[in-house]
Design a protein around this ligand. Structure first.
Ligand SMILES: *Cc1c(COP(=O)(O)O)cnc(C)c1O
Length: 376
């Protein structure tokens, strides 16, 4: 007879040191929160138009240039609203007439939908692939923006970022869950945008974009062209404020501080190579376990497409993922449920740089323990 989920207690020595494996909001390092306490009376609750906060925003912008080895002329811009808001802003400020989108999951399809819905640009070209894989961009006439996604968080598929051969359009990359955990060459993009609640282990609400000179020119040109753009969505306004280390309207100061704390932790330890290597080690632990398991399999069949920052693991029909996730949750291991709309019998596990590869290893042992306890 099946054991009641609430009665299964995972032995303490098997548990990871931290039970947060969600894909966003994701694990925030305790050190970042502690350092926030250190500036509780000098930084929190002070004006974002004054030096104290502007210095922090300035360090963030310089630090990101460093982390991503941005070539001269690239700018780091930031504003409120997160990556979702950025899609809408991009339909105004980055897509001139027509975009092409690679659509291979929930997030990548959403930007395509935003472009489709925008009345001031033409219907986009959308190239799709089966979920669990990614399509390849094909250059087409009349396309001025190619929309790629570094890591499709809903399925655990990542793709290398490369300019489509022969393209003259801007390359716009949704780097939301990949930025800071996957390697990327800035020469291959014109705009790499993300939110800080994933690899940057902070809170949501903010968007950051790394923009090339060509993208900055496009932003300024469209803004001056007379196209109607709501001011909060006009990236020319974002650019202007960002160059002054400010945002157009009030940002969440705690988010910015924790973001900087995570960024400086990465930089002090060796930069993007350090961060990506942590995720590589976690991915090796996760997929290596699943490959050997007799009830778990990596959902993404092509190894090169398996994300090193968000892993998806399918279960044999004899194992109910929902029950496993419930027992894990009761034992303090949270947010490994699959992406709701994918609807598969699987677990989704974040492997962002803040997450200790040993904890991913411990998680796999906990899953084995729970599955064997449930089947008893
Ligand atoms: C999380 C995520 C988003 C949405 O980010 P928000 O900050 O919630 O708007 C967009 N794209 C990808 C790839 C994501 O992982």
């Amino acid at each position: 007879m099946a054991v009641a989920a609430s009665q299964i207690k995972i032995p303490g020595e098997l548990l990871p040191s931290d039970g947060r494996f969600g894909s966003g909001p994701s694990k925030v390092r305790v050190e970042s929160v502690e350092s926030l306490l250190g500036v509780a009376k000098t930084y929190l609750g002070t004006s974002h138009r004054q030096k104290t906060v502007k210095d922090v925003v300035g360090r963030l912008r310089v630090g990101l240039k460093d982390l991503f080895s941005l070539p001269d002329g690239y700018e780091v811009i930031l504003g409120n609203g997160g990556a979702t808001y950025f899609w809408d802003a991009a339909t105004f400020s980055l897509i001139e007439r027509r975009s092409l989108h690679l659509s291979f999951g929930e997030f990548s399809s959403k930007f395509a939908q935003a472009a489709e819905a925008a009345p001031h640009i033409e219907s986009p070209v959308v190239i799709k692939s089966e979920t669990g894989s990614h399509p390849v961009a094909v250059v087409q006439d009349g396309i001025d923006a190619y929309a790629l996604t570094h890591n499709e968080t809903s399925t655990g598929v990542s793709m290398p970022i490369e300019r489509p051969t022969g393209s003259e359009g801007l390359v716009l990359v949704d780097g939301t869950s990949g930025a800071g955990g996957l390697r990327v060459d800035p020469n291959e993009f014109d705009c790499y945008y993300f939110s800080p609640q994933k690899c940057f282990a902070s809170d949501g609400g903010l968007y950051v974009a790394l923009v090339s000179p060509a993208a900055a020119d496009r932003i300024k040109r469209i803004s001056a062209s007379g196209r109607w753009i709501p001011a909060s969505m006009d990236l020319a306004v974002t650019l202007e404020n960002s160059l002054l280390d400010q945002t157009y309207n009030t940002p969440a100061l705690a988010t910015i501080h924790m973001f900087l704390s995570q960024l400086e932790w990465m930089l002090e330890n060796g930069g993007l190579e350090f961060a990506a290597s942590r995720s590589d080690a976690s991915a090796e632990n996760l997929y290596g376990w699943a490959e050997k398991s007799d009830y778990a399999t990596p959902y993404v069949s092509v190894p090169a497409m398996r994300s090193h920052v968000v892993g998806t693991i399918d279960f044999d029909p004899s194992v109910d993922h929902a029950q496993v996730a419930k027992v894990l949750r009761a034992n303090g291991i949270v947010d490994v449920e699959p992406y709701r709309k994918l609807g598969r019998n699987q677990l989704r596990i974040a492997m962002f740089p803040a997450i200790d590869p040993d904890d991913v290893q411990a998680l796999t042992e906990c899953i084995d323990f729970v599955v064997s306890a449930i089947s008893e």
